[in-house]
Design a protein around this ligand. Structure first.
Ligand code: FAD
Length: 523
């Protein structure tokens, strides 16, 4: 696995490939193929930072840790949403940072924040660069330049507490690095978003990420016990007890703050014993509504497995068309994948038995392990397919929300309708539920449509319509992708004017010069 991704594509180039012939035929049939020329390497705009600022930056982190070359700046430009990729593919590098700076520790981060306040340059924390909501695109209108604060050097496992089962991780650790360090202590975090291979601990905390095993291990914000944050006012250390009633929980103010209040320099997380038993399997339900009702019952009975995800009819049909080598009879209706992890064979078997009994009562039919295992094997591969589809001129993107169980069908239909109204009848809208709670669930949509001549404009209109539908029907702008710069107008509606004022007041207090990721998260 390479550490750096291509600036206009996902992941490791060695794992990327052209569209398989069968998929290309499907695409040709559904949308028509319009091959896009290979991405050209374009020069980034010259750095806007003065020699005085550069000298001070070098004084804090060392000469070698202030990078101005085109290649490094290109790699720190924006994130990995489809609009980000389309802009990069068209040679638009207008959002490239003026410098990339790599601090070694908390003290250097504090000094960089002080310098940014004094000289009014924007500071954009960069973890893994997998943001899909414009979280790495700082506004430039009121600053002298933009510095990418690359946390790549802050990657220590600072501490483990095997009695309390906590660990202190630095923000620059990417998913696999954090898991490898914890595995040396027979521990796991259990946080596996689809971006796991590249996204970082700091990014997970700053965006309140949710992983594929959230049913068993919890969302990332539920895993965070404590935080260390560098702000313009000094250091904030939070989380001195497992739980408390000492005023509002300030950890929740910093989680999801997307670099706008400060830089997270350490995270104390709750860990679990490294699982030795892992069992995945698939089930079939007559309809999406039937499968979702079964998920609700599991959640409300306190019987959730470690992983649970349900594809709607369209996603089920497409998954099977593209994985026709996964054995078994043809599946109609909707496919559910469930997984169980633990350290005790009998405890896992007992849990599995109880879940299977409920799913059967709820109308589910067991399909065996093969499709469950196939999902585990391929679970980080989809982003490579997006690149191959973009190469073929197909517009592909994902969006997500969450709502209460009682509004599930209404929100699902409203978002689908909005996307089809904007993208046309040819648009393919797939959906799955992969995060469930006693009170509701996430809805995660994948959209494919003909790209046309202006794919970026087409997508931005569709995304606006879908987000409007979410907020209009009382759902959230984001269950786990965060606000970034893309969701801000709708976020303001979600939290209302009082909510907006609270966030602005905290911002003014912690970042008086307004240079910490300006234009991100705060409406
Ligand atoms: C293909 C793909 C699949 C994805 N799948 C999932 C998924 O399953 N679940 C999910 O939750 N998300 C998913 N995402 C979204 C993304 O991976 C998450 O938002 C992730 O948490 C971002 O982590 P990162 O380290 O890449 O952060 P970055 O992209 O580097 O940064 C994200 C935001 O956090 C800020 N930030 C980063 N580090 C810090 C820090 N230390 N202190 C303060 N602010 C900081 C940045 O400035 C930016 O605003 C996916 C994205 C892609 C491209």
């Amino acid at each position: 696995m390479t550490r750096e991704m291509h600036p206009a594509r996902w992941g490791d180039p060695k794992l990327a490939g052209a569209l398989p012939d069968s998929t290309r035929e499907l695409v040709e049939y559904a949308f028509g193929v319009q091959d896009r020329p290979a991405v050209e390497v374009v020069a980034v705009p010259p750095s806007a930072l003065s020699e005085e600022i550069l000298a001070e930056l070098r004084g804090i982190v060392g000469v070698e840790q202030v990078l101005l070359d085109d290649e490094t700046r290109r790699l720190r430009t924006r994130g990995k949403s489809t609009p980000d990729l389309l802009r990069a593919r068209s040679g638009d590098l207008a959002d490239a940072p003026d410098a990339v700076v790599r601090p070694a520790d908390h003290q250097q981060v504090l000094a960089l924040i002080e310098l940014a306040q004094r000289h009014r340059f924007a500071l954009v924390p960069f973890g893994g660069g997998t943001s899909v909501t414009g979280g790495l695109v700082a506004r430039r209108d009121d600053v002298v330049g933009v510095v990418s604060l690359d946390l790549i050097r802050m990657k220590a496992l600072r501490e483990v507490d095997p009695i309390s089962m906590t660990a202190v991780l630095e923000p620059g650790l990417r998913g696999p690095e954090a898991e490898a360090l914890l595995a040396e202590h027979q521990m796991t975090l259990g946080h596996y978003p689809q971006s796991f291979e590249y996204a970082s601990i700091g990014g997970f905390a700053a965006t309140r990420s949710s992983g594929q095993s959230s049913a068993g291990y919890g969302r990332f914000d539920a895993l965070v016990v404590g935080l260390e944050v560098a702000t313009a006012k000094g250091t904030l250390v939070l989380g001195s007890s497992p739980a408390n009633a000492a005023g509002p929980d300030l950890r929740q103010l910093m989680l999801g703050s997307e670099g706008a209040f400060g830089v997270i320099t350490a995270v104390r997380v709750r860990v679990r014993a490294l699982p030795t038993v892992k069992q995945y399997e698939a089930w079939q339900f007559p309809s999406f509504a039937d499968g979702a009702d079964a998920m609700r019952l599991l959640a409300q009975n306190g019987q959730l497995p470690t992983v649970i995800r349900l594809s709607d009819e369209n996603e089920t049909a497409l998954n099977l068309a593209s994985h026709s080598n996964v054995g078994g009879d043809t599946v109609t209706g909707c496919l559910m994948v469930i997984g169980f992890e633990g350290t005790d064979v009998e405890a896992v078997a007992a849990k599995r038995g109880a879940v299977a009994a409920l799913l059967t009562r709820a109308g589910g039919e067991e399909l065996g392990a093969e499709r469950g295992e196939a999902w585990v094997q391929g679970r980080f591969a989809a982003p490579y397919l997006r690149d191959a589809l973009l190469d073929a001129g197909v517009l592909v993107e994902t969006l997500e929300t969450a709502t209460f169980w009682s509004k599930r069908d209404e929100v699902y239909q409203a978002v689908r309708d909005a996307l089809v109204a904007e993208l046309g009848e040819k648009a393919l809208v797939l959906c799955h539920i992969s995060h469930v709670y006693e009170t509701g669930c996430s809805l995660y949509f994948t959209v494919a449509a003909p790209g046309g001549d202006e794919p970026l404009t087409t997508w931005l209109a569709a995304k606006a319509a879908a987000t409007e539908a979410m907020v209009g029907h009382g759902a959230t702008v984001s269950h786990h992708h965060a606000v970034g710069s893309d969701h801000r107008p709708w976020f303001a509606r979600e939290i209302g004017p009082v909510g907006v004022d609270i966030l602005r007041a905290v911002k003014a207090e912690l970042d008086p010069a307004g240079v910490l990721n300006p234009g991100v998260m705060i409406p």
